[in-house]
Design a protein around this ligand. Structure first.
Ligand code: CIR
Length: 266
């Protein structure tokens, strides 16, 4: 299938995983306190409901105590209408998450393949735009993994480009999102990077960088709670929004995109 512009925001299905109590041991750059499994699960239920209200069939996988960060299902896989790609997350404590999500991918896709080679890619570094898939090199995604992934996407008929994630940003998509309809949301640093060419960008207002990670799902843009200036900027650009709490996810550097794999099946 050729790259359809609406692949970045028109979805029929999602896969999520219920947060484990062990999420308190999840990786984080700065310690702002441990997330509570119970509170996180309450926020996660609202997230799943919002995806369902946006029209998606959601597979909710059971909590997996062995992997504290396993609710962030976006990182170990990438899904396209043609099939799913099992990635290799670039941090040791998360490498096994790919195998754990394999059965769920196989239950939805006739074709599931491994990222070729030995490199690493986290799905959080992969931004699907209307006409290209951007892969950000980061502390998690290395050159070998990014090049192998871009090559595989090319074989599947997709244009992919590898770029640098700015210093101090965990994942490429920590700092930008597709709003769909040709528009990107990005932090000032990311907007100034030149990665987006002359595409239209809504710049995240100062002090609200965390809110750069939103998800457009069909007719709505889901925005984290507590970022009024970003919410207003997205609405001013003509999008309909749904606000969701991500307070527990944020304590372990998680946001809205990483909590699901979203895809369109015919
Ligand atoms: C990690 O550091 O891997 C997790 N604590 C958070 C992962 C967030 N994933 C994402 O933004 N794609």
């Amino acid at each position: 299938m050729a790259h359809r512009p609406d692949l970045s925001f028109r979805f029929t299905h999602a896969i999520t995983r219920t947060p484990a109590d062990s999420v308190a041991d999840g990786i984080r750059a700065v310690d702002t306190g441990n997330p509570s499994g119970e509170k996180f699960r309450a926020e996660h239920e609202r997230y799943v409901s919002a995806l369902q209200e946006a029209g998606l069939t959601v597979d909710v996988l059971p909590q997996l105590e062995t992997y504290p960060d396993s609710c962030f299902v976006e990182d170990p896989a990438f899904c396209l209408p043609e099939g799913a790609i099992q990635l290799r997350p670039g941090t040791a404590s998360r490498e096994g998450e790919g195998a754990e999500i394999r059965a769920a991918l196989e239950s939805r896709f006739g074709k599931v393949v491994d990222l070729p080679g030995n490199g690493h890619v986290d799905g959080g570094d992969v931004l699907m735009l209307d006409d290209v898939i951007l892969i950000g090199l980061s502390a998690r995604t290395d050159r070998e993994g990014a090049d192998a992934f871009a090559g595989l996407l090319g074989e599947w008929g997709y244009k992919a480009e590898v770029c640098e994630t700015p210093d101090g940003v965990l994942h490429f998509k920590t700092a930008c999102s597709t709003l769909g309809d040709g528009v990107i949301l990005a932090t000032k640093v990311m907007a100034d990077s030149g990665f987006f060419g002359d595409r239209e960008i809504v710049v995240v207002p100062e002090g609200e960088d965390y809110a750069a990670n939103v998800i457009r799902v069909n007719d709505v843009v889901m925005v984290p709670e507590g970022y009024p200036k970003t919410l207003a900027a997205i609405e001013a650009a003509g999008f309909t929004t749904v606000v969701l709490p991500t307070h527990e996810a944020r304590k372990v550097d998680g946001g809205l995109s990483c909590l699901s794999l979203r895809f369109a099946l015919d």
